[in-house]
Design a protein around this ligand. Structure first.
Ligand SMILES: Nc1ncnc2c1ncn2[C@@H]1O[C@H](COP(=O)(O)OP(=O)(O)O)[C@@H](O)[C@H]1O
Length: 307
């Protein structure tokens, strides 16, 4: 069993403090999940420590432990906890959309997929849509001036602010990440789906979308429930082997820059695993953060009563 400690230090009006940390090594050098961070939230002064333990079968266990200051009761907290704010990233077909469906269902977050916003513009035949399509067909990133405003406006809608958000496939470059940082839009957790390249092609080529429900299927791994659904499934125009190779190249060129912006909140998951197993890991991490947020809220209320 390998243990990794993470400090979540919540200090009033403090900004995030990035720290370097290493992933624990496992027998095949690919840990199932890893999270390493020291970060500050803006709501209270309740330092907690998040501990993750791994065993050699990659099962990860997350535990919040109050630090000495929290145990001693020196707690000053003020505001209500915010809803969850999550980013999910990974190569094309790493399983982002699939996991987002499961997360959305369980946690009620508003799922915002940059690719869907762009495809909607393309479908509506707008000028921005036409320009975006030219880039997407070449496997390139759509220019920031088109995509940044689109995502920002969606994130600031009341539903996303109230229920929390799950941002899928965005930001994809340093300039997009910086634009969000400038707007002080930061996630609680940045989920990174880590997937082997040989598995990607098979996933892309077999991926299908139900245009009626928006559900994603895979002809082999997640087949449609009946003939009626099977008959109406569509394939994305950029889901060909040739295009995915270009998209993958673009992904590799940009991913490190994006990761460097969020290194304090990265949660890395082995995306090669079956859908349910990937979700178990993500679910553990999200419920742990929610627990922590409600613990801060309780501490905040207690502090309000004693001050
Ligand atoms: N863990 C998994 N195991 C097997 N197939 C998967 C897994 N996750 C996703 N898939 C399938 O792979 C394809 C790509 O997944 P998707 O969620 O659309 O990826 P992304 O949103 O990252 O591009 C889909 O057809 C999906 O059903």
């Amino acid at each position: 069993m390998v243990s990794l400690g993470i400090s979540f230090s919540c200090v009033a009006a403090a900004r995030t403090t990035p720290s370097l940390a290493s992933s624990p090594s496992c027998s095949n050098n690919k840990p199932f999940a890893s999270l390493h961070t020291t970060r500050s939230l803006e709501t209270s002064r309740v330092p907690f420590r998040l501990e993750i333990s791994y065993d050699r079968r990659f099962s990860a266990e997350l535990r919040w432990k109050p630090s000495a200051a929290a145990r001693s009761g020196s707690v000053v907290a003020t505001t209500k906890p915010e809803p969850l704010k999550i980013m999910i990233s990974g190569a094309p077909a790493s399983g982002k959309g699939t996991q987002c469906e499961l997360i959305e269902k369980k946690y009620g977050l508003v799922h915002i997929a940059a690719g869907d916003l762009l495809r909607a513009e393309i479908g509506a035949g707008t000028e921005n849509g036409k320009r975006a399509k030219e880039y997407m067909e070449k496997g390139m990133l759509v220019p920031s001036e088109i995509v940044v405003m689109m995502v920002k406006e969606r994130l600031l809608q009341p539903d996303a602010q109230e229920k929390g958000w799950l941002l899928d496939g965005y930001p994809r470059s340093l300039s997009q990440a910086t634009a969000l940082e400038d707007l002080r839009i930061r996630p609680d957790l940045f989920i990174l789906l880590d997937i082997s390249e040989d598995i990607l092609i098979e996933r892309v080529v077999g991926r299908r979308l139900d245009p009626v429900t928006g559900k994603i299927y895979h002809l082999k791994y997640s087949p449609p429930e009946n003939e009626e659904i099977a008959a109406r499934l569509t394939q994305r125009f950029d889901d060909t082997e040739e295009k995915v190779k270009l998209r993958l190249k673009t992904h590799h060129l940009n991913v490190e820059d994006v990761l460097s912006t969020y290194k304090d909140v990265i949660f890395k998951v082995n995306g090669d695993a079956p859908i349910e197993d990937v979700f178990v890991e993500i679910d553990k991490a999200l419920s742990s953060i929610l627990e922590e947020k409600s613990r801060i809220d309780s501490a905040s209320m207690a502090a309000g009563m004693t001050h």
